[in-house]
Design a protein around this ligand. Sequence first.
Ligand code: M6R
Length: 608
Amino acid sequence: MCGIVGYTGSSSAAPYLLDGLKRLEYRGYDSAGIAVSDGEKISQARAKGRLQNLCDETNDGKSIVGTCGIGHTRWATHGAPTKSNAHPHMSNDGKFAVVHNGIIENFAELREELISEGFVFHSETDTEVVAHLLEKYYDGDFKRTVLKTINRLEGSYALGIVCIDFPNEVMTVKLASPLIVGVGVGENFFASDVTALISHTRNVMYLDDGEFASITPDKITVYDCMGAEISKKITHINWSMEAAEKGGYDHFMLKEIMEQPNALKATIEPRVKDGKIVLDDVKLGAAELKNIRNIVITACGSAYHAGCVGKYLIEELARIPVQIDVASELRYRNPIIDEHTLLIAVSQSGETADTIASIKECKARGARTLAIVNVVDSTIAKISDDVLYTWAGPEIAVATTKGYTTQVAVFSLLALYFADELGRISEERYKELYNGIRNIPERCQRAIDLNNKVRDLAKKYSPKDSLFFIGRNLDYAACLEASLKLKEISYIHSEAYAAGELKHGTIALIEEGRLVIALACYHDLFDKLMGNIKEVKARGARVLGVAVEGNRKILAEADDTIFIPETDQLLSTIPETIPLQLFAYYVALENGCDIDKPKNLAKSVTVE
Ligand code: M6R
């Protein structure tokens, strides 16, 4: 996904911009560029492909002179990933350069208008209209020109703009796309993501939608959408650089897998106090819950899979009907939602476009909204009535790991909390699950200790073509995530199947040597699952089982088994997911894949 950065100070800007862009690489991109003003001209450099190409082209930024500039990593939407479509885009008179995240929805009309007025376009992007509008409206006043320009734009944008006549000033504008201003000493910054800033400053200002800022080395002035000056609070970011970097692991993904016990501890511990679950300041007590007739869960990708676990848990414990929909479907399908619906939206980044749109749609129909989000003050957190943060810390690898398991942990807390508030759970069962949740981080540490065994099994079973994950109930929900994890980083096709559904067609694909990974941690359906393993074994499948330690009956059926630490069957999804994340990781490693940046994928999907 696109990333933007900006710098103004007394040092050479280009190396700062390239460093900021490097820290945004995890978002996924296919071209990059910078533009720097030296008071006489704006120098621009752009390159297709990896950021290294841009570094090579600019001698690591040394060949670009000037102390004020903007940079961009582009993930193609409007137009192919070419050098001419890469940002920054320049106005025809060379006075303005622009970088942009988001989509200008009315760009086609604007483009037509500008062409009819004689402006010449050099790219297929929606962004280029911004550069030409700036030229069109320029009257010597940078701020007024920006304001006139953004008044013409529809859609979503985080913009960075430099103007040759204002050599120390960068302007940045935010509407429905993330943007943060970094406050330094004698130098200031902006970026679409804190990871691009924290090596230079931890003091930041979050711009709200419609706001824009003029940034010079000594001053940051923020304006509202009418151009009136406003004051903004400075927030201190606690995330250390180390937390955002690999910390000795070969890949962010492996580091993030290993961080799960701590991430889960941070997510669970503050919410389990004196034998009770305490859900921050979420205002959903018995009175509000009695007004809720149904719950709708929405999300995309792995967050959707966490929601699938949530559905099982909430229905089982709180007995509230739950429907789950991927956000790209929910937003367009005229759902039956009213003021008696609770919408739970799940997102690691908090910026996923389809999830945001679904929340807006459901709110418009009267639903109450609760977000489960990792990034503080992200769009989803801001637009929801209540927020439960997953305290997973920054997640850099495109394939989510700790983001997903902390979401499942929040669903466990939520389901038990709902059950208790509604008086639908016995004291004894509440206590069992309460203690079970408290023990999750320790169980996950023990699941991580399986690392070497899983690495060996990944070598032994390393699939070359399609495989199946099968399971029932919560094991089936875990299969969905395990299958996605393997697909997205190793590019090996796999399917997650409800084990009882296999015989309705798919079993035709089970043949000699086909790998089937059978999840058998849901105790009540263990024997049924053993029956399904027998079915695939009879057709020649190789079976790798995942079961709870002590449940040795599986040894009679599976070729090999990963035993996870014992947990209540309603809580086993988290520890059982960890060896499957490791399995995906080691298979991808065997296959020489680019694990942290899998092909065609972006970390945060902020366009539809
Ligand atoms: O930031 P979000 O949780 O909203 O992102 C949702 C999906 O794009 C994300 O989970 C995606 O499926 C990951 N690549 C999965 O590893």
